[in-house]
Every structure is written in C-alpha cells, then in structure tokens.
Ligand binder design. Structure first.
Ligand code: GLN
Length: 202
C-alpha cells in the first residue's frame, strides 16, 4: 500500500526541529514532533535533525526513546538524519564523546566535527547523485563519512580543498543521511527524495 501523505516524525528532543517540520509539510507529508515512545509507534518514518549528537543521545536515553527507536529502525522504518542526525544513524563514530551512543542502522563510520576549526562551518554547491542541478550544502560543524560499507550508496562528496572527495550524503535501503543541512536553504529536493522513499515502503 502506498500512502500519498505519509506521517513523518521529527525527533524533537534538541536541534532544528521546526525547520524540518516546515520542509516536510512543503513536500506533502503530514508531520509530528516526536518526543514520546507512543509517538514513535505512530509515525511512518522519522527525521533526526541537526543539533548536537551527544545531547540528542543523552536525551533519547533519558526519555526512554532509545529502545523504541532502535526497534523501529531495525524493523525497517525509513529515517533521514541530517548532521547530528547522521551521527545518530551511524553504526560507528570516530571522535565520539565518552559514553556516546548511536541508534545505528547505517553501515558507516562517521567522524564528528570532521572539517576542523578553520572551515568548521561553510557552504558549497555539490553534485548529488542523479540530479542535474547542483545542491547548495550548508555544513555546520559537520561530520563526514569516513568509511561506508558495501551496501551503502554514496550520494554526494565534497569537492575541492582539504576535504576533497569526502563523503557527505549516503543512502542504505530506507535510511538516508547528509552531513549538511538542506532544511535551511529553501531547496526541498532532499526532503522530497526522502518522502518519496517513505511512500515506496508505506
Ligand atoms: N558537531 C555536532 C555533533 O557532533 C553536529 C553539528 C550539527 O548537527 N550541525 O553532533
């Protein structure tokens, strides 16, 4: 069964929740800010926003969301993680804080705060797999993907500079992740792609 207007949750414990809710609505999804286990059970899919992955991790555990989130991810719930959200979806993290945990699902190793101090926040037009026009990518103390498993499709890389060729967008089955923040640019293509992925499985 395909749902024309799936219910997409945005994990709302910390980070830029409102921006994602707005873009998801603009691309035709119904939305729900997710803070409680019962809300996790209701949604067709979940966005994990940018923010601070260590804080999101702590709050997810404090609010007893980690177990229900891991269960739904393991059962195939589509999810999109941006920046800190990418870290939360990664199976492995380098430069993690002590005791930092992830939800996992994506067979990638991410490096936190990978771009270093001088260019810790920057913007760049990048090529994104399958799209004829480049995408404006906003990086804010972003991670990059250090290693991606065989079943992970690389969607975008950085071009130029010290980070040349670093992987910044990936997909594995129903999981999508970007190091950058499409929710702040007005370009809705990444969210549209995600909602289309959700429609295919729901
Ligand atoms: N550096 C942050 C972290 O480790 C991510 C920053 C972001 O989401 N903009 O979680």
């Amino acid at each position: 069964m395909s749902t024309a207007s799936p219910l997409v949750g945005v994990l709302a414990v910390q980070g830029d929740v409102r921006e994602h809710l707005g873009v998801l609505k603009a691309v035709g999804a119904r939305t729900l800010a997710v803070r409680r286990p019962e809300e996790i059970a209701r949604v067709d899919a979940l966005v994990i926003p940018g923010g601070e992955s260590t804080t999101i991790d702590k709050l997810v555990r404090a609010f007893e969301l980690q177990g229900p989130l891991r269960e739904r991810l393991a059962a195939g719930m589509p999810a999109y993680g941006s920046c800190a959200g990418m870290i939360l979806l990664a199976d492995r993290v380098t430069d993690a804080a002590r005791d930092q945990q992830t939800l996992g699902g994506l067979d990638i190793t991410v490096r936190r705060n990978a771009f270093g101090r001088q260019i810790d926040s920057f913007e760049q037009d990048i090529w994104y797999a399958g799209w004829p026009e480049p995408l404006r990518a906003v990086f804010i103390r972003a991670p990059w993907v250090e290693e991606a498993g065989e079943s992970v499709e690389v969607l975008a890389r950085v071009s130029g500079g010290r980070a040349e060729g670093r992987i910044v967008a990936v997909r594995q089955g129903s999981l999508l992740a970007t190091s950058f923040h499409p929710e702040v640019t007005g370009d809705v293509r990444v969210h549209a792609q995600f909602v289309e992925m959700v429609r295919m499985v729901s």
